[in-house]
Design a protein around this ligand. Structure first.
Ligand code: ADP
Ligand code: MG
Length: 487
């Protein structure tokens, strides 16, 4: 539905308009304690059980920077191929929120911890680079709960003070599809790094989506609207569709677009004005006097660099070069670290080409169908590689392998055992196969006559008969050869 909307937008004025998107992603730092206090950050705890006096902003409490969160932000910066700023500053961003007891958020404004970087998108038609403007550290606010009581609003401060990385992209994205791939790539990089779990259901990854439209070919950007706090990729895409259409409509009507902050109503599938866009000076940013500027040494950054694992782009390159995978296959297999590990475990002792096909084909179909992560795969890497070896050495045919694969799912059974128990071993004895062939020829004299008078297609019929009699176990290669000879 929404894709059609966009196509409509692009096509209705002779393909005149282009949508421009920039994202401010809020990624919750994976850390056991908060950015400036020792409170726990575990998701789903009883309300207000993970709140220290610092998080509740009691008078006289002082923030103390959590070194681990700083490391996580720098690692993420390294993963984004970004400039790491040796000196950054924490500022107070002043605003009133019922769930922010301090009355200001500690954030970074002019001097973020991470500067410009980039993310590579693997699009179906090639790669695209999206610029990163900056990454800064800031505190999350608490949560207001409006639906527990008709008269009262409750507040849960568990989230108050949890570390967030705000990752700001340049306005380089041009479609909902690119946004989809961008978010997934960002999430993949952070999961590889272990710096953010990317769990969107739990709110660990959400984004403010900035959208504008302009005539194609125009050098100037249009006025943007910012859609606040969207927490699923689907909703981001729907919000962009709606918003782009709304803006084109306004332009076509000769009206102007107000720069404003909007909300996406997921029930009505529309964006609504929330407030006119505030400017930086409205927040009265100033350096937090309770915190010194954050200075990190070269050694500190260097040490973190040495802890960075092989990331998706590098892994993809290695998979293509070393294992001869297509870019498409490699993109899929590196998309998350567990899948890449599973793949490498399987090919460690089996054929790469077969393994690639079986994982991307059969295994992914099962995981999709059962909605399982690869870490919960009903078939272990060890047993899948055994299955592949059985195919490779001719013990079983590819067709029988599918039957065995189904059986393996019941408790990760050893395929070798299944072959033995069910007698599924491929018949590769030419004598035994020839016996069947002789019988099939004898039983079908008319078909043989037709075949010999030129009806070549009947070869398939004979193949089928032989396979059927053998219970699918005859080695197809051999059947083919011997059948040709005998006919
Ligand atoms: P603010 O805090 O005012 O929202 P930021 O610099 O944090 O400003 O974020 C601005 C975001 O808006 C960036 O992601 C940027 O790419 C995006 N952006 C800027 N101009 C446009 C535009 N004309 N159209 C779409 N996105 C834009
Ligand atoms: Mg913003």
């Amino acid at each position: 539905m929404n894709n059609n909307n966009l196509k409509y937008l692009i096509s209705r004025k002779d393909n005149q308009y282009e949508v421009v998107i920039g994202l401010e992603v809020h990624a919750q730092v994976t850390s056991q304690s908060k950015l400036f206090s020792t409170s726990a950050t575990k998701f789903g705890a009883e309300p207000n059980t993970q709140v220290s006096l610092v998080d509740a902003a009691f008078p006289g409490m002082l923030p103390v920077i959590n070194e681990f969160c700083v490391k996580q932000a720098i690692k993420t910066g390294i993963g984004l191929k970004a400039k790491i700023n040796k000196r950054s500053v924490f500022d107070r961003k002043n605003y009133f929120y019922a769930d922010l007891p301090q009355g200001y958020q500690i954030s970074q404004f002019k001097n973020p911890i991470v500067g410009e970087g980039k993310v590579i998108l693997d699009m179906p038609d090639g790669q695209k680079e999206v610029g990163i403007e900056r990454l800064h550290l800031e505190q999350d606010a608490g949560k207001s709960i409006h639906d527990l009581d008709p008269q009262n609003t409750f507040v849960d401060l568990n989230r108050s003070g949890v570390a967030l990385m705000e990752i700001v992209s340049k306005p380089d994205l041009r479609s909902p599809d690119e946004v989809n791939i961008y978010i997934k790539k960002l999430r993949s990089i952070m999961r590889y790094l272990g710096t953010c779990d990317g769990n969107m259901q739990e709110g660990s990854l959400r984004a403010d989506v900035n959208v504008s439209v302009r005539l194609k070919g125009s050098k100037k950007f249009g006025t943007r609207c910012e859609i606040k706090n969207v927490n699923s990729i689907k909703f981001m895409q729907m919000a962009i569709e709606y918003e782009a259409n709304r803006q084109v409509d306004l332009i076509e009507e000769g009206k102007t677009i107000d720069q404003e902050t909007r909300l996406f109503d997921t029930k009505k599938n529309e964006t609504r004005s929330m407030r006119s866009k505030e400017d930086a000076h409205d927040y009265r940013y100033f350096p937090d006097p309770d915190l010194l500027p954050l200075e990190v040494s070269d050694d500190f950054v260097q040490k973190l660099k040495s802890e960075i694992p092989e990331l998706p782009d590098e892994k993809k390159k290695r998979f293509i070069e070393k294992f001869n995978l297509s870019p498409y296959e490699a993109t899929i297999l590196v998309s998350d670290i567990e899948t890449s590990k599973y793949f490498e475990d399987v090919i460690n002792n089996s054929d790469t080409k077969l393994a690639t096909n079986w994982i991307i084909g059969e295994l992914f179909a099962v995981l999709n169908d059962k909605n399982l992560e690869i870490t919960k795969s009903p078939i272990s890497a060890k047993n899948l590689s055994k299955l592949i070896n059985l195919i490779k050495d001719g013990t079983i045919s590819g067709k029988i392998a599918k039957t065995i694969f189904e059986l393996m799912m019941d408790g990760d059974k050893d395929p070798q055992k299944i072959v033995e128990e069910k007698g599924l071993k491929q018949e590769s004895d030419p004598k035994a196969i020839e016996e069947i062939i002789v019988k099939v020829i004898k039983d079908n004299p008319n078909k043989v006559k037709e075949y010999k008078s030129g009806k070549d297609k009947l070869f398939g019929f004979f193949m089928g008969q032989v396979m059927k009699i053998s219970g699918g176990k005859a080695n197809p290669q051999l059947v083919n050869e011997i059948l040709k000879k005998n006919l």
